[in-house]
Design a protein. Structure first.
Length: 305
């Protein structure tokens, strides 16, 4: 079953203790799509400027990502994001955000894409996410991602989106900021009160928690000695998660749990290279092996005390 992804398609300039890149292919929809396409056909809806390098388009096409909904604005400048990571690789500072063509972007979902059953509202302005939802025709599952910026400056719109989606993905700090609490558990309960069926809270190198009204599920992140660039790990997790759900075309608790394991494995590849380089070239056998490692790390025989 196919997936619609709406989010940023970007040029990222990133510095980490392991090196730096300039104007690398990035963006929330890009990272999400390159992960999800391992499992299901993906259509991106987004916008870039005329300066967007042909080689980036070619890479996305080669990876089988559908680009009929990618608008190219004549004379426009592509969205650019710059960030820097510290020796503690969990700490990131945004150096600049140049909206460029995003400033006047009004998402137009092509008719076929509007009927797709799985939707990832990747990180963009929640006002735009609302416009997307209004054009979608009864999707089976909508997954929402967002970031601290939108909690700060678009809270009302974000609340409105939250009331209309099935799953929300946030990192620890964002969830606590949104729910105005320091407790992840309370933050998850607040998110569930908006009507989402599950709240997936990412805790970086500490893995992630998936909350529902029935309880919670936890997956560890794999300990990795060679983290190169964490940019896009969250979107890659989301893409892997939703790709797997779309492939199974099932919303059972088992499938959701398996999808968290797949998302975790996929995100672990993302951080091992700059930008999309590792995930774009990922082989199915390598992914399969890592899924096994994550699942093995979670296995425990019955404990009797
Ligand atoms: P993550 O590391 O998962 O937070 O995602 C990083 C990606 O998000 C980068 O590739 C950026 O291009 C993109 N990004 C950063 N800020 C924004 C923003 N305000 N709106 C949309 N995308 C963004």
């Amino acid at each position: 079953m196919s997936i619609l992804m709406v989010g940023s398609v970007a040029l990222d300039s990133v510095r980490t203790p392991r090196g730096s890149v300039e104007d690398a292919l990035g963006g929330s929809a890009t990272h999400g799509a390159l992960a999800a396409r391992q499992f299901a056909p993906v259509e991106i809806v987004g916008v870039v400027g005329e300066d967007f390098p042909r080689r980036h388009i070619n890479l996305l096409k080669r990876c089988g990502v559908g680009l009929t909904g990618l608008e190219v604005v004549k004379g426009g400048k592509t969205f650019r994001w710059g960030g820097r990571y510290f020796d503690d690789i969990n700490q990131r500072e945004t150096l600049f955000t140049d909206l460029g063509v995003f400033e006047n972007f009004r998402p137009k979902i092509p008719a076929e894409a509007a009927a797709l059953p799985y939707v990832f509202l990747a990180n963009i302005d929640p006002e735009l996410q609302l416009q997307v939802l209004k054009q979608c025709r009864r999707p089976k599952l909508v997954l929402l991602d967002t970031m601290n910026l939108w909690i700060d400056i678009r809270r009302e719109a974000l609340e409105e989106v939250l009331r209309r989606v099935d799953l929300i993905l946030m990192n620890n700090e964002e969830a606590c900021q949104f729910a105005r609490t320091t407790s992840v558990e309370r933050a998850a309960q607040t998110l569930l009160e908006y009507g989402v069926r599950r709240a997936i809270i990412k805790k970086g190198e500490h893995g992630c928690l998936m909350f529902s009204r029935q309880g919670f599920f936890a997956a560890p992140a794999l300990p990795l000695a060679d983290v190169v660039d964490p940019t896009g790990a969250g979107d890659t997790f989301a893409g892997g998660f939703l790709g797997y759900v779309a492939k199974k075309n099932s919303l059972t608790d088992d499938v959701m749990r398996q999808a968290v394991v797949v998302g975790t494995a996929m995100a672990s590849f993302c951080v091992q290279g700059f930008g999309v380089e590792r995930v774009a070239s990922l082989k199915r056998e390598d992914l399969r092996e890592r899924v096994k490692q994550v699942a093995a790390a979670m296995a425990c025989p019955p404990v009797r005390i």
